[in-house]
Structure formats: C-alpha cells, structure tokens
Design a protein around this ligand. Structure first.
Ligand code: AMP
Ligand code: MG
Length: 397
C-alpha cells in the first residue's frame, strides 16, 4: 500500500512540462499556461487621475471653508489637461487626468456650482484626496505574471491593462483516453444482456477538456491483451499522456498492466485510499500513462487526486495543494475505516452532508456532491465534529 501524498509526489516528480510554446492572441488564451514571465513597460494607471466627479484644486489654495474659485478648465476622461492656473479650480470627471499643479479633488457633492464659471468648495481638502496615483496598480518594470500561471479572465484583463496583445504559452497537452471492458458500449445503441454504457469515456474526456487538454478518444477495447497493446501503441504515437479506465487490477480479464509493461514501464500501486485502490502510472513508449480503475466513482476521484496534478505538471503549471476547509459534519461515523476515504459530500449551510450510498459504482453521488470530504483512517466522527472538505469546483479547476 502506498499513501496518497506519496503517489502524488512520485507522479509529479516523474513528469516535466511540455517544452514547446506558442505565441497567441490574448483573446485566445483563456485557460492557457503562461510560458514566460511578463513585466510591465508602463505604469497603470499611466498618470494620476480623478477617482470621482468634482473639482481639482491645489489643496494649499483652499484657505477657508467655504472657499470660492473660478473654474479655469473642464477635464472629461480621455482629454489631456493643461496645467492648472494658480488659485483656480478645474471641473474634473472620474478617470480624467489630474492637471499639473493640482493635488486634490473635491467631490461634487461637497461643492456648490450653478454655472461653469465658479465653484464654492464647502470643505478643505487634503493633498491627495480622491486621486488615483500613477502606477498604483502596476509600476513600469514590475513582474506582472510569472511563467506557469494559468490564465483566468482577470489575468487577461490585467495583461490588457499593460497593453499586451499576444503572449507565449505552453502548447496544449495531448491526451488519449482509452476505456477497457468487453461489457462497454457507447450510448446510442440499446443494451444487450451483459452490457453497460460507457460513462467514463465522456466524463474523462470532459474533465481533460475543461483542464485545457487536447483530447483524443480511442475506441474502447474489449478485454484482450492484443487489442489493448495495439491501442496503446497507436495512442502513444500522438499523445503526451494516455489515460485508461478499467482493467487495471490483476484479474484474468485485466490486461492493462501487461499491455503497458510490454510497451514501456509501469508501477501498479495499491493506494491507501477509498474509492480507487488500484492505480497504474508509468509510460508507454514516449507517452506518460495513467491507468484509472473502472468503477466510475473511483475513476472520477482518482482522476481528481492523481490525474489533475499530473496534467498540471505536464502543462507547466505551478503545483499547488488544493484548497480545503474544515466544516462541521452533519453525520457520524461510528465504525473507523481501514483506509482513508474521500466521500461524496455536499456543503450546505456551512455544514457537510454525505451522500447515503458511497458505493464506487454510484455515479449519481458525484452529481449530488459539491465537495469531497476527507475521512482519515482509523477514526470515528461525531456529528458536529470539524471535517476537511475539498469543494469540487476548486478541485476541478
Ligand atoms: P474494472 O476496473 O475493469 O474491473 O471495472 C470495474 C467496474 O467498473 C466494473 O463493474 C465495470 O463494468 C465498470 N466500468 C469499467 N469501465 C467502465 C466505463 N468506461 N464506464 C462505466 N463503467 C465502467
Ligand atoms: Mg474491466
């Protein structure tokens, strides 16, 4: 038996990121992984500007309250101001550049003005009031984003704010998926006796797709060593990674281990975890290989725990431990478990519920759940006790 963290770290250490990069338009780069550090060539904002609609003045000119000024210019956002005439005020709007010599903005709610000629300030401003300073967000020369960053919409906004149009990202990781099992058929044909629909294929394909991989689906194989070897051979020619489901145990009808070993090298792990004890990891020719268990819930959970760190490392992402929280349990576990367990759980009203049927064949549990809750081995849980939960949205992103 090998522990969860040990398996994860062995996987990460055995893998390095794809080396090829590509230069793409910012608008095409959502979800991609930055392959170079980005420093800014400009200040953001480029100049001091007004945070509010009001009047720009030199604070030291306001010697009493109230205090009247003639209005010497009008500065809407987008225009270039002239230097402020001494002892006057400038009408100014949010986002407009602060004119030279001005050092405070009095918001219009604190002013009386009936025409564009004069204004009476009802307060004495302090230097810097309502001014957004040049470079308050980013300064010229700042490191804005580092290589390995996965790009979210807000990262793209940040890059646009420094004027970037194209960036260098790692190429997409190519992954082939292979389902094994003579009982599997693709939805679209009625089930014959003994058959079940292949649910892992679409689930894994979409998990991989949503992580930003280029996914190829191999036709499912029956439980035959020759066919499994042939599919692995074909897939390895075009893939960085092959992910299989099923056939990974050591029964008479399980051929994944022998097939992978005949073409590469494999570790077959009995991981100290429920669901999903058997897991295979190694390589087939030049592709990395991850062999998941066939039970759909086990395939899902082991993909999340081991497949995602593997994919992120291949993609060039910096690895971070998934975020977890401790919340009170709404259920009790009286009988300690022999293996640590990730149960399908739902966070509701800041407490954790558990799906009644935790069988690894019950895929409904993963749809009802919005989190996995970690139950350590050899431990009872009392109702109300804090337990560790991993929200699925965070695990899957
Ligand atoms: P295996 O790991 O091949 O022993 O499969 C374990 C269980 O998962 C068996 O009940 C299989 O029928 C089922 N299973 C395997 N692969 C799939 C799949 N792609 N979709 C749905 N169920 C599967
Ligand atoms: Mg099977």
């Amino acid at each position: 038996m090998i522990e969860i963290e040990e398996a994860q770290s062995q996987i990460i250490q055995a893998v390095s990121s794809v080396s090829e990069t590509e230069n793409i338009a910012l608008a095409e780069s959502l979800g991609r992984i930055l392959a170079k550090n980005i420093t800014s060539e400009i200040n953001v904002p480029p100049a001091d500007n007004s945070a509010m609609d009001g009047f720009a003045v030199t604070a030291s000119d306001v010697t009493q309250s109230p205090c009247s000024f003639s209005v010497s210019q009008r500065i809407p956002a987008g225009s270039a101001p002239s230097a402020l005439t001494p002892s006057t005020a400038a009408r100014i709007f949010t986002g407009a550049e602060i004119p030279e010599n001005a050092d405070a903005v009095v918001i219009q709610e604190n002013c009386e003005f009936s025409d564009d000629q004069t204004v009476t300030l009802n307060i004495s401003p302090s230097k810097g009031d309502n001014i957004r300073r040049q470079g308050q967000d980013i300064k010229t020369g700042d490191l804005v984003l580092s290589s390995g960053q996965k790009l979210s919409p807000q990262h793209l906004g940040l890059l646009a704010s420094i004027g970037i149009t194209h960036i260098t990202v790692f190429r997409k990781v190519r992954v082939s998926i292979l389902s094994t099992g003579s009982e599997l058929i693709t939805p679209g044909t009625p089930l014959q006796p003994g058959q079940i629909y292949n649910s892992n294929q679409i689930m894994l394909a979409q998990l991989l797709g949503s992580l930003g991989c280029e996914v190829s689906i191999c036709p499912a194989v029956v439980d035959s060593l020759e066919q499994t070897i042939q599919r692995f051979k074909d897939a390895s020619a075009t893939s960085d990674l092959i992910v299989s489901s099923g056939g990974v145990s050591v029964g008479d009808e399980d051929h994944v281990k022998a097939a992978a070993e005949s073409l590469g090298n494999l570790n077959l792990w009995k991981i100290n975890i429920k669901p999903g004890k058997p897991l295979a990891f190694g390589h087939i020719a030049n592709s990395k290989f991850l062999g998941l268990p066939g039970n759909p819930v086990s395939a899902f959970v082991t993909f999340i725990l081991f497949g995602i760190p593997l994919i992120k490392t291949l993609q060039g992402q910096n690895h971070q431990k998934p975020m977890s929280f401790f919340l009170p349990s709404n259920f009790a576990i009286d009988k300690p478990r022999r293996r640590p367990e990730f149960i399908r759980a739902r966070i509701e009203n800041n407490a954790v519920e558990k799906f009644p049927n935790q069988s690894s064949g019950v895929l409904s549990s993963t749809c009802w759940a919005n989190a996995l809750a970690f139950i350590p081995d050899n431990k009872t849980i009392t109702k109300g006790e804090l337990i560790e939960v991993f929200p699925l949205d965070l695990l899957q992103s």
